[in-house]
Unconditional design. Sequence first.
Length: 59
Amino acid sequence: MKKPLKEKKPAAPDASQPPEQDPALGDKTPEFVEWLRDHDPEEFARRYKGRRTHLGWHN
């Protein structure tokens, strides 16, 4: 009896690259907003100042 082959796990996404943006949401795509907050706080503050995202309003 043969052993079943182990399935390979998909490679983890490269955290240094921003996730793709949804065409309808653009830079308000939740994954992109969170990535920018974690990887470039200054750009996050500049880009979302006075705007609302899924995280709330940003001043």
